[in-house]
Design a protein around this ligand. Structure first.
Ligand code: SF4
Length: 261
């Protein structure tokens, strides 16, 4: 083997990643920086989260550890459907508990359901959800391999920002879900999700690109797909965040795209 081959392999891998992101995720130009993947990086240690009281143990959590997460998640969805703990119960059409694999190594958490989600009862099915699907595909995964949820399980009227008392009333549902899905890594989509999970007021620009600890799990924040639809130039940074997620999970680079298609 010549000494040049590893470099060629690294170049091919980085090019495949860039082309796949371009094709699947809508990034319209290749990275301007060197295409050669960075040398092996030291292990990334999560930043410590602020002290937070441990959530009370729930019956569903113990079931998850026994490998019955889907059943327990269905029971949790029933509890959410019956929940009227905040004013959003008055205006919702359907509750949107979230969906996907359980257990799953990767869990995405967004802000709140929108109009399409309110009608369907499924998380991330509108335009932003379609973009999230492309982001997941660009990582070499399928939606069915991850779990997707929101901080709130009911739509705020006119898609306004969740109010603190609504988040406070709903957060235990998400904590139960996280316990059941048992992800190694949570990818927080947008400032509302990241800020509430980390109990920080920083904008998403300061939170993204870093690795935090959330109750013993890694947490990476990136832009919400709705924001990326409005600001497509930010897709490049979002792709950097997703590559960080891939590195942390030890995921292989996606296969090179078929350029004849
Ligand atoms: S948003 Fe959460 S707390 Fe409020 S009614 Fe819906 S499920 Fe209950």
């Amino acid at each position: 083997m010549s000494g040049k081959e590893p470099l060629d392999q690294e170049l091919a891998r980085a090019l495949a990643l860039a082309l796949e992101a371009e094709r699947l995720f809508g990034i319209e130009e290749l990275p301007r920086g060197p295409l050669v993947a960075a040398p092996a990086e030291p292990a990334i240690e999560p930043e410590a989260e602020p002290a937070r009281p441990e959530p009370a143990a729930t019956p569903s959590a113990s079931v998850a550890r026994e490998g019955a997460a889907p059943v327990a998640l269905a029971e949790l969805a029933d509890r959410i459907a019956a929940c009227r703990d905040c004013r959003l119960a008055e205006t919702r059409c359907r509750t949107v508990p979230g969906q996907g694999a359980a257990p799953a190594r990767l869990m995405f958490v967004g802000e709140a359901p929108g109009a399409d989600e309110d009608q369907s009862g499924l998380a991330f099915v509108g335009r932003a959800g379609q973009l999230l699907g492309k982001m997941i595909q660009a990582m070499g995964l399928e939606r069915e391999q991850v779990f997707i949820a929101n901080i709130l399980k009911c739509r705020p009227p006119e898609n306004r920002r969740p109010q603190p008392d609504e988040v406070g009333a709903c957060f235990h549902h998400l904590l139960d879900q996280i316990d059941l899905v048992n992800p190694e890594l949570i990818c927080a989509l947008g400032a509302t999700a990241a800020g509430n999970l980390l109990e920080r007021q920083d904008g998403i620009g300061r939170l993204r690109g870093r690795v935090f600890d959330f109750q013993g799990r890694k947490l990476v924040a990136t832009y919400h797909p709705s924001y990326l639809l409005r600001e497509p130039a930010k897709k490049r940074e979002a792709w950097e965040d997703l590559k960080l997620v891939m590195r942390l999970l030890g995921l292989e680079a996606p296969p090179a795209p078929d350029r004849r298609a």
